[in-house]
Design a protein around this ligand. Structure first.
Ligand SMILES: NC(=O)c1ccc[n+]([C@@H]2O[C@H](COP(=O)([O-])OP(=O)(O)OC[C@H]3O[C@@H](n4cnc5c(N)ncnc54)[C@H](O)[C@@H]3O)[C@@H](O)[C@H]2O)c1
Length: 406
């Protein structure tokens, strides 16, 4: 092995061992294999979950050296350098602020709290502590999305005029789909707004630029569901004959949006929609971006391809389907050639790479806490607008990685 490769060991703490806890752990484990040239060697030190079985799973299956029922022990552990915060939304602010105060850089799952004010409190704590942050906005990391960003920034699409985005999932399309913590306000805050619309708001701002105004609408379609105890199962669970309780937040949200003026997107407008009860789309997370010189569209269900149309002349005018290949984003670190697809978990490995490279003082390609505030403000504005039936303006956020006015 080349001596030029640094040896950068980093102690990992994990808070919450649910779906995301597992995915973050796998990402840390895979990182040295996918990116050996970085010399980053994550060491899985300690994981916390308040359910004993899940804490045990972290040691027995995920390979952590120890576990605890109390997340504070993760933050206090001397060998923990950085922390993954994979807890349900109601704990994001409490744990994010505690991590910052403990001087630990953190990779936190979206939406970072139950609304913009909690996200802003985490942002203030992270700024005060000067720690590195990364947000679970994984769809940014798809190589086809990174390629879309490059095309937009290069001007290949001309000036962006309008966009259309949908995050349509069916994880709760079944009426007996579980009432997990995601449906209860005190645990989740909003419903599909925080869960999926936040991802979409981030993606669209990452690609096109800051959204400055929205007119929103929301709807709860299935009003009661069978209860699922936290720390058991997943939100995809279907429970026959269970005790029904009310759904407290929205299943569907939509908004007209207006982007802030920039050279790339002067006067651009669009629509964004999210649903957790769509029948048909499984995880159809899409964007269409239209410009004066061309267009592109992407769907997470076909993550490894993108449709691109450049120019208005010639026999082959119209969309061309292009497979992701080693020249797109991080694709080449995973696969040697096009057609050998990457998957969802791989996006988290890219996210771990961006987080830890930034932590070690390298390029800041990671999404950050300012991006989380920016997405949360869009989400909160849609909620307010749906209530007031008026357009709601969004105050700009400094320090985001959104496409910048050029
Ligand atoms: N980026 C993405 O694509 C994506 C996908 C799914 C979830 N998420 C986000 O990740 C977070 C977790 O979601 P999930 O699907 O993994 O949830 P989950 O229900 O699978 O897991 C949550 C875990 O938190 C644990 N927990 C509850 N209270 C705790 C406490 N006091 N201390 C420690 N652990 C505690 C539970 O026991 C459970 O194991 C959410 O904020 C969600 O929005 C992001």
């Amino acid at each position: 092995m080349s001596t030029a490769i640094p040896n950068r060991t980093v102690g990992i703490g994990l808070i919450s061992v649910g779906w995301m806890g597992k995915v973050h752990s796998r990402a840390y484990q895979s990182l040295p294999i996918v990116y050996p040239e970085l010399g980053i060697k994550p060491r899985l030190i300690i994981a916390a979950d308040n359910v004993q079985e899940r804490a045990d799973y972290a040691v027995d299956v995920l390979g952590f050296e120890s576990s605890t029922l109390d997340y504070r022990e993760v933050l206090a552990h001397p060998d923990v350098d950085v922390v993954s915060i994979c807890a349900p939304n109601f704990l994001h602010a409490e744990i994010g602020i505690a991590a910052a105060k403990a001087g630990k850089s953190f990779w936190i799952e979206k939406p970072v709290g139950r609304g913009a004010s909690e996200t802003e409190a985490v942002e203030a704590a992270a700024i005060a502590a000067g720690v590195t942050t990364t947000i679970g906005f994984n769809y940014r990391n798809a190589p086809a999305v990174e390629h879309a960003k490059e095309l937009i920034e290069s001007g290949a699409l001309g000036r962006i005029t309008n966009i259309r985005g949908t995050f349509f999932a069916d994880y709760s399309a079944e009426p007996n789909g579980a009432l997990s913590w995601r449906f209860i306000r005190k645990f989740a805050g909003s419903g599909v707004l925080g869960d999926l619309m936040g991802h979409l708001a981030d993606l669209v701002q990452y690609l096109v630029g800051p959204i400055e105004e929205v007119s929103g609408i929301t709807k709860t379609i299935i009003t009661e569901r069978p209860v699922l105890e936290m720390g058991t199962g997943t939100h995809f669970a279907v429970i026959e004959g269970g005790k029904l309780e009310p759904v407290e937040n929205e299943d569907y949200a939509g908004a007209l949006i207006r982007f802030a003026d920039s050279a790339i997107a002067a006067g651009a407008v669009g629509t964004i929609e999210a649903s957790r009860v769509a029948v048909g789309p499984r995880a159809s997370y899409t964007f269409e971006i239209y410009g004066t010189e061309g267009s592109l569209k992407w769907d997470f269900e076909r993550m490894n391809e993108i449709e691109i149309a450049i120019g208005r002349k010639g026999e082959h005018i119209g969309y061309q389907r292009v497979m992701a290949s080693p020249s797109f984003g991080d694709f080449g670190s995973f696969q040697p050639g096009a057609g050998t697809s990457m998957g969802y978990d791989d996006l988290k490995i890219v996210e771990a790479r961006k987080f830890l490279e930034a932590y070690f003082g390298g390029a800041a390609k990671n999404s950050n806490i300012h991006d989380a505030v920016s997405a949360a403000r869009v989400v909160s504005a849609i909620e307010q607008s749906a209530e007031s039936k008026k357009w709601v303006a969004i105050s700009p956020v400094i320090g985001t990685t959104a496409a910048i006015s050029k």
